[in-house]
Design a protein around this ligand. Structure first.
Ligand code: DHE
Length: 529
């Protein structure tokens, strides 16, 4: 399903609003308005929202944008901001003409995209291989736990790579811009979700893993997870939608749509109704039959009890706006999630079902799933990198045995620049950080690695490539290798020896188009990061 299909769906419901040219509003032809809507969806809506009410990026409604001149707006879109917004002209993703068009579009009223109901979801469901026709045990000798799922973002594909041999076992079609992979609780399946809201299910028992079921759960999405609690393994999947703002529960083995749950509600602090509370991170509890769902715009973390879908119990925990990404502490009890527009990390106790605390870390924390290790001085800690500055912030994460440090910042250090992800492994002495969104020439082609036992020494810079952008880390199952992506049309996966920090191998090939995230089955199932 292509991105153009999404846009056609969106555009088909647009009224004439915003094109008429009210006083002071720049006129746009229908064609230009539609083109700008497409560019906005591709580049801007993730941070600012479809309705432009703001989240990771500020509110940019037409009323707000009319307070700025067109040249000012064009400049911001072209050059970006110090707060972490990419300069879309500078990166070559938009031409001058396109930045001028988007500036005018921002001063017009945004379109309201259509809903996507259970009937639409059901109509999109395709069970490609019936459960009874799938293998009952692996058709190969590969270690299931050491398989990697790799996004090939702009190719609309995903690759399955054997972590032991580095053999590319399969490349499958996944739809536009897959955002994440998640492994099922048994590690048998990978689920993918893309910016077109399409979920694919890949069967890793097959000799050549293929997509065995697919469904379009939403029109725009970023998250998917599975039921991991004892007795519910591989039973359900849940998709977190950006638009419409909802979660969709699917049957795990077939992806048959079962239930749509709206997230539309009121902001936790001011109590205002919000029409677009998008689902950010979802994690699956290991201790209860619950999904922990972060709702961005309202600042709510929702615990969704999936043990009885017909008498659904949900716990709405008030935290902070605007929630984005995060993961568990090492015990799997606490969810640590970034409220990045408020520069804070939020802590939720998933055992007690309660908000614990929130604290400032730096400009726009962005931990990915975060990183857990044992600091020689402070005990178990967790950490985040930042979108708005080159900084790692480390905080205590053990309220039982190291209460005095729990949820307090214990260390801060410079990384190479504003980045997206960090990663470590229980068997590692290193913490890897990227600088993907640094604006300094060449810096986003490096990563910086901290030694857990000598954190104060600062991080060691590694030049991963001399082109593209370096993004995201994943360890192998043993925790002695780190995989890093060179995000470029001519992509690479660079595999480092985690002890020596030397390159072990560079995985390359024509098929390796724009690799971004990658997931090791074992680490994903067990939430090891
Ligand atoms: Fe992501 C995780 C949203 C931009 C690659 N990204 C997430 C999650 C969310 C999110 C909500 C958490 C999912 C979960 O854990 O359940 N990302 C967004 C955005 O809204 C944003 C800012 C803009 C957009 O329009 O998408 C955005 N993200 C990016 C990128 O530019 C990246 C680098 C490449 C891309 O695909 O666009 C990117 N995001 C990732 C990756 C993860 C992720 C690799 C998973 C990290 C992990 O280790 O699990």
């Amino acid at each position: 399903m292509s991105r153009y299909f999404i846009l056609l769906t969106v555009l088909s419901v647009l009224g004439a609003s915003g094109m008429a040219g009210a006083a002071g509003v720049p006129k746009l032809s229908t064609e230009d308005y539609d083109r700008a809507t497409g560019i906005y969806f591709d580049r801007c809506s993730g941070c600012h929202g479809m309705l432009r009410k703001g989240a990771t990026g500020p509110k940019i409604t037409d009323e707000a944008m009319l307070k700025q001149s067109l040249p000012e707006l064009e400049e911001t879109i072209f050059d970006g901001t110090d707060a972490g917004m990419p300069g879309w002209g500078r990166t070559g993703d938009m031409t001058k003409e396109e930045t001028a068009l988007v500036a005018k579009f921002l001063q017009n009223t945004p379109p309201v995209p259509p809903e996507w109901h259970l009937a639409d979801i059901k109509a999109s469901h395709n069970l490609i291989t019936e459960v009874s026709k799938r293998p009952t045990k692996p058709e190969h000798k590969r270690d299931l736990g050491n398989q990697f799922g790799v996004i090939l973002r702009d190719a609309g594909k995903g690759a399955i790579i054997d972590g032991d041999t580095k053999e590319v076992v399969s490349v499958v079609d996944t739809g536009f811009a897959v955002h994440i992979f998640r492994a099922s609780a048994t590690g048998r399946y990978f689920y993918t979700v893309g910016r077109d809201g399409v979920v694919n299910m890949i069967d890793l028992f097959q000799k050549k893993p293929s997509v065995v079921a697919t469904v379009r759960a939403c029109l725009d999405a970023r998250s998917v997870d599975v039921s991991k609690y004892k007795g519910f393994e591989d039973k359900y999947a849940v998709v977190g939608c950006y638009w419409p703002p909802q979660m969709v529960v699917l049957d795990g083995p077939t992806l048959e749509p079962l239930k749509v749950i709206s997230t539309r509600s009121n902001t936790y602090d001011t109590g205002e109704y919000h029409p677009e509370p998008r689902v950010a991170t979802i994690v699956a509890s290991h201790h209860k039959p619950e999904w922990v769902v972060a709702v961005k715009e309202t600042g709510m973390v929702v615990l969704v009890d999936y043990s009885d879908l017909e008498n659904l119990k949900m716990t709405w925990i008030e935290t902070e706006r605007f929630l984005h990404d995060g993961g568990f502490d090492a015990t799997g009890r606490y969810l640590l999630i970034a409220a990045n527009a408020r520069d804070q990390m939020v802590v939720v106790d998933t055992k007690e079902g309660k908000f614990v605390t929130k604290f400032e870390t730096g400009t726009k924390p962005h931990p990915g799933r975060g990183a857990n290790w044992v600091d020689p001085e402070y005990g178990p800690v967790n950490a985040t990198t930042h979108l708005g500055e080159g900084k790692i912030t480390v905080y205590g994460a053990d309220p039982e045995k190291h209460k005095e440090h729990a949820w307090k910042v214990v260390r801060e250090a410079e990384t190479n620049g504003p980045g997206l992800f960090l990663k470590t492994h229980p068997n590692s002495k290193h913490v890897w950080t990227d600088a993907t969104i640094s604006k300094e020439e060449g810096v986003n082609q490096t990563v910086c690695v901290f030694n857990i036992d000598d954190f104060d020494a600062g991080c060691k810079t590694i030049q991963v490539a001399d082109y593209g952008k370096i993004v995201h880390f994943e360890y192998n199952k043993a925790g002695d290798e780190v995989w890093v992506s060179v995000w470029d049309k001519k992509g690479q996966l660079v595999v480092y020896d985690d002890k020596t920090l030397e390159v072990k191998t560079r995985i390359t090939g024509d098929w390796l188009d724009s690799p971004t995230g990658k997931w090791n089955v074992h680490n994903t199932v067990e939430d090891i990061y």
